[in-house]
Design a protein around this ligand. Structure first.
Ligand code: ATP
Ligand code: MG
Length: 395
């Protein structure tokens, strides 16, 4: 049995009223992008609230295509369909019998036939097709039963220029198509959390750019490569990511020299947020995104988050805020970032950490100690921005 087309079902974006066209166009665009990575040639089209993918090339890779479609936010279900020329009702019956025969080796099931007739000149009405096909299937497979209320298998028959038959629904990732909800700047480290945070916000239709702070020679090129690799994995879902790499070494050393070491992480995080916000503003991002989660480490207590947040003017989106580590890991595994995240290369947060970092920073004290940096910090931040490297990361 060969599936040559797919019906793409979407949930949320169906209810957007006047904006529906914009959402559907974005969905079609993202499906086309995802399919570029798959072997074969495809035609993606939308008609009256439905999106179809048709295979044009002689051959294609079914598994790879389904995997590709599973990376497109906005897709609720992927339904592989068989496609028939209209060569009379007897042919249709035969095709449906062999479809059910192949698709369901275990015939101990209940089913319902659901026909939609888009072409009104088809000689039979939908109800008649339902009952005829139902009868034919019961004759062919006596173990099967009809259940019109809660069938195990909903056998859909769509009569258009061609006839489409489908019953399999593969779950898509849900969410909304990327490009329908502005752009955000992800603070992407090499850890487990931030790639998941980026993925979660992209799932809401937000385009993602990213900033990574590295500290050579304290952090290695391999640590940076790891971040690029993580960005590539997220880009499979989010589309291309512009990754801004900031050399943070001199800023970090200066903070280390001038401020109490227990406050280093907090002050460093405040500078990361300030710099990220500046790049975000220059690149039309509407918010920052981090992988923070309350209480996970000293720099993520409520007090620490308040101190980090204080320097930001843009909204900071922290999609993992209420999640446990295991819940975050479960997503990281699902989106295939986990194995990369746990590679051992250190990121710059872990190099200069104090033995006993403050867990309840006092904002007035932090502000006061930041004044120790007044002499050179402005210049150092400017140099860091001027020397940033841009890497365009594609899946
Ligand atoms: P992650 O697993 O995402 O690294 P974490 O649990 O290690 O998070 P922290 O190191 O406290 O937590 O960092 C909190 C957040 O700050 C990260 O999720 C990330 O968004 C941002 N961040 C931390 N270090 C960097 C870095 N070197 N470059 C860019 N962003 C960073
Ligand atoms: Mg980290």
């Amino acid at each position: 049995m060969e599936f040559r087309s797919f019906l793409i079902k979407y949930a949320e974006i169906g209810v957007k009223g006047k904006n529906r066209g914009i959402f559907e166009d974005a969905l079609v665009r993202q499906i086309r992008n995802a399919l570029k990575r798959c072997e074969g040639e495809f035609f993606v089209r939308r008609t009256r609230g439905r999106v179809y993918v048709e295979v044009l090339s002689e051959t294609y890779d079914y598994e790879e295509t389904v995997e590709g479609l599973k990376t497109v936010f906005g897709i609720a279900q992927i339904c592989p369909m068989i496609e028939l020329k209209d060569e009379g009702f007897d042919q249709l019956c035969e095709a449906v019998i062999s479809y059910m025969g192949e698709a369901y080796p275990d015939k101990n099931l209940t089913f319902k036939v659901n026909t939609r007739r888009a072409r009104k000149d088809y000689p039979m009405e939908s109800m008649a097709v339902n009952s005829e096909i139902g009868g034919v299937l019961l004759d062919a497979y006596p173990e099967m039963k009809v259940d019109v209320h809660h069938p195990d298998v909903m056998l859909n028959i769509e009569i258009r220029e061609k006839i489409y038959v489908y019953s399999i629904e593969i779950s898509g990732p849900g969410g909304m198509p990327v490009g329908t909800n502005g752009k955000g700047m992800l603070l992407l480290s090499g850890g487990i959390d931030s790639p998941v945070a980026g993925w979660m916000i992209a799932k809401r239709g937000v385009k993602i750019d990213a900033v990574y702070f590295h500290a050579p020679p304290y952090t290695s090129d391999r640590a940076k490569q790891k971040v690029v690799d993580l960005a590539r994995k997220v880009a499979k879902y989010s589309g291309p990511i512009w990754l801004h790499v900031i050399n943070f070494t001199d800023i970090q050393l200066y903070i280390y020299e001038k401020c109490p070491h227990e406050e280093l992480t907090i002050i460093m995080r405040r500078y990361m947020m300030r710099i990220a916000e500046q790049i975000a503003a220059d690149t039309e991002c509407l918010g920052l995104i981090t992988g923070e989660s309350i209480g996970q480490v000293a720099s993520q207590t409520m007090q620490s988050l308040a101190a980090t947040n204080e320097v930001c003017h843009m909204p900071v989106y922290r999609p993992l805020i209420g999640m446990d580590k295991q819940e975050i890991i479960n997503i990281a595994e699902r989106i295939d970032t986990y194995e990369t995240s746990i590679l051992p290369y250190e990121d710059c947060c872990t190099i200069f950490v104090a033995k006993h970092p403050v867990t309840k920073p006092n904002l007035n004290v932090i502000r006061k100690h930041e004044h120790n940096l007044d002499e050179k910090i402005g210049e150092l931040v400017q140099t860091a921005l001027d020397t940033k490297e841009l890497i365009v990361v594609e899946a």
